[in-house]
Design a protein around this ligand. Structure first.
Ligand code: KMH
Ligand code: ZN
Length: 309
């Protein structure tokens, strides 16, 4: 049987762990729009989107700030738009799902457990801060808890259920797969669930290939054939894990949200750079890259026509 094409997700702009720290990371609305459209043209079938405050550049979960980017991106590409619900470590879950509830996208992220989420070592390595708030934001991340309790997850699932949004279930460790299985057994999510294995965040599972095998084996046991999966390797693990996951039949996520680099110590010049590179890796494996319509079919999405933009 022919192998299904590989879905590339591109996460366009940093929110939690890559506030800026690269001149190429887009934060102005017009730059987010341009880079999102270019990433889609390069082969990303899904655009995972955060918003930024248009003046300060700070990560924002204000639905009005999403309104500055969503219609323009949707007008210029058929790619699937996936709105983050994890864009703040301080906001309540009700506030975090605000943009998804306001725009009813085909997909949105949902984080499947609470973790320490830290990137404080970067504060010592960077000195090219663009905004006043950045250095302290990064340095103080050793005190972060990324809160995603069972109650939070249930509230998000129930509040968004009328929107028929497919979740990108972000799983930062093996236990998060078990959390998802528990929630599925409670009737909160419908198959096929889409898992994003998030590897290499300080506070989550390490970006080792052995851990990828473990995550995949646990997902097989828990979900059988009722799931699809993708890999997100943070930082310098991005391309290596993407190549392995694609060879294993998984899908891949790249983008400047998760890594600012295109090669060791070399900043990516755009999101499209990373999409092109991962596309080459996928095609070198004799696999095909999924178009948005193919991704919609594989992930059983409601379609662009049922969104609010
Ligand atoms: N950048 C990822 C490691 C979300 O948007 O819900 C975290 C993330 C969370 O993508
Ligand atoms: Zn995100």
């Amino acid at each position: 049987m022919a192998k299904p094409p590989t879905i590339i997700t591109c996460a366009i702009t940093g929110a939690i762990h890559t506030p800026t720290m690269s001149d190429h990371l887009p934060w102005r609305p017009e730059d987010i729009i341009e880079q999102a459209v270019a990433a889609a043209e390069a082969g990303a079938a899904i655009l995972h989107l955060h918003a930024r405050h248009p003046q300060t550049g700070a990560p924002s979960i204000d639905p009005a700030h999403f309104g500055l980017i969503l219609p323009a991106i949707a007008a210029r590409t058929d790619a699937i738009i996936n709105i983050s619900t994890g864009g703040s470590l301080k906001a309540t879950i009700d506030e975090r799902i605000g943009p998804a509830a306001a725009y009813s996208p085909e997909m949105c992220s949902l984080n499947m457990g609470s973790i320490n989420f830290s990137f404080h070592p970067l504060a010592r390595r960077y000195n090219n801060w663009q905004h006043d708030w950045e250095r302290d934001y990064v340095a103080n991340s050793d005190a972060n808890i990324f809160r995603n309790t069972f109650r939070d997850i249930e509230e998000a699932a129930k509040a968004l259920a009328p929107h028929r949004i497919r979740f990108e279930h972000e799983c930062y460790d093996v236990g998060h797969l078990y959390n998802l299985k528990f929630c599925m057994d409670q009737g909160l999510f419908e198959a096929p669930v889409f898992l994003q294995f998030v590897m290499g965040i300080l506070g989550g599972i390490g970006a080792d290939i052995e851990n990828l095998i473990t995550m995949k084996a646990a997902a097989d046991r828990l979900f059988g054939d009722s799931y699809r999966w993708s890999i997100l390797g943070a930082g310098n693990a991005q391309m290596r894990l993407a190549a392995v996951a694609a060879a294993m039949g998984g899908n891949v996520r790249v983008g400047l949200e998760d890594s600012l680099f295109i090669a060791p110590r070399q900043l990516a010049l755009s999101n499209a750079d990373q999409v092109q590179k991962v596309r080459q890796l996928i095609e070198a494996l004799d696999l095909k890259v999924a178009r948005p319509d193919q991704a919609r079919e594989i992930l059983v999405l409601k379609g662009r026509g049922a969104t609010g933009f």
